[in-house]
Design a protein around this ligand. Structure first.
Ligand SMILES: Cc1cc2nc3c(=O)[nH]c(=O)nc-3n(C[C@H](O)[C@H](O)[C@H](O)COP(=O)(O)OP(=O)(O)OC[C@H]3O[C@@H](n4cnc5c(N)ncnc54)[C@H](O)[C@@H]3O)c2cc1C
Length: 291
């Protein structure tokens, strides 16, 4: 796939505003997230503090955001990004679809991750612990795996794994009704940690039990930023960045809830605007240096 100028991850107000600003500045972008946009937009009951649209419902604000994207001819690539690698002067992004994308710069607008990372999760990521069924399922062909699933959206990934693996145990961590293949074992326990011993991955649960698998898939709508981008400096759930939304990684910017409190629509959109302008300035300066 052709390398773009800016990859923007997240379709909340931060990512959407970054996309609109970047497109006004004639940058080629890829915008990753859900076509239905961030659920947090719709969940706003009555939003009173978004400039220009007093007392707007979340549903109406979402429609206005969609109309704005459409007016600019911007499309959304529906892929959950599971890893962003800095390759020196460009970035490689891995999607849960198994696709890889390339971009000269990246804007992280993934919102704040709910729930803590499990004990051992970061340590064993890539070694018996995976965020991406499509990418890593072949490693577990005819083996026993667990899927720690935090979103109903990810159920299809468990179904897919059940076609390849000997067994799939699904730890359901959401309240919606479960609808997966009959061959999948449902485990009603809360995982608290993962560890690797003797080529096996062990899941420990709040009730004091431990279960052993060949591998474990942890599937959430969003990934902790430090696990998403290796080398990124974070503080708790937040990415450290300066007033220009620059992170410690050259060419990587962050905006919205991911950068810290207050969690507000307008703050997210404002930061999306700054992140896009900073990314444009970065790309322009790179072009001048390479001339
Ligand atoms: C019930 C409720 C009511 C609220 N009311 C108000 C209010 O009245 N006023 C106000 O100002 N604020 C309000 N907020 C806060 C507001 O919703 C957030 O501050 C705002 O949505 C943050 O925008 P964001 O773009 O930073 O992130 P988000 O809106 O969280 O969007 C991030 C998006 O990125 C996606 N994403 C994450 N990781 C990945 C990945 N790896 N690959 C692809 N996509 C990814 C997520 O699925 C999500 O769609 C409310 C929040 C809630 C929950």
């Amino acid at each position: 796939m052709e390398r773009v100028d800016i990859a923007i991850i997240g379709t909340g107000p931060a990512g959407l505003e970054a996309a609109i600003t970047a497109s006004i500045r004639n940058k080629k972008i890829l915008l990753f997230g859900k076509k239905t946009l961030s659920e947090k937009i719709e969940r706003g009951h009555l939003i009173r503090n978004y400039l220009g649209v007093p007392d707007v419902s979340g549903k109406e604000l979402r429609q206005r955001f969609m109309d704005h994207l459409n007016a600019f001819g911007l499309s959304i690539t529906e892929d959950r990004i599971t890893a962003v690698y800095s390759m020196g002067d460009y970035f490689s992004l891995q999607g849960s679809s198994g696709m890889f994308y390339e971009a000269d710069s990246v804007i992280l607008a993934t919102g704040v991750t709910s729930g803590k990372t499990l004990e051992g999760e970061s340590e064993y990521l890539g070694n018996g612990v995976s965020y991406c069924a499509t990418c890593d399922a072949p490693l577990y062909r005819n083996k026993d795996v667990a899927v720690l699933c935090y979103s109903k959206n990810e159920e299809s990934e468990a179904d897919f794994l059940s076609e390849i693996c000997s067994s799939v145990s699904l730890y359901v961590q959401y309240s919606d009704e479960v609808d997966v293949k009959d061959s999948i074992e449902i485990v009603n326990e809360k995982p608290i940690g993962v560890k690797r011993e003797n080529q096996k991955t062990i899941v420990s649960t709040l009730s004091g039990n431990s279960y052993t698998y060949d591998g474990v898939f942890i599937l959430r709508d969003s990934v902790a930023p430090s696990n998403l981008v290796p080398g990124l400096i974070t503080e708790g759930a937040h990415v450290i960045c300066d007033r220009n939304m620059k992170t410690n990684i050259e060419g990587c910017f962050a905006c919205g809830d991911i950068t810290g409190l207050p969690y507000q629509y307008i703050k997210s959109a404002g930061e999306g605007n700054i992140a896009a302008l900073s990314a444009c300035a970065y790309l322009d300066s790179k072009k001048r240096i390479n001339k």
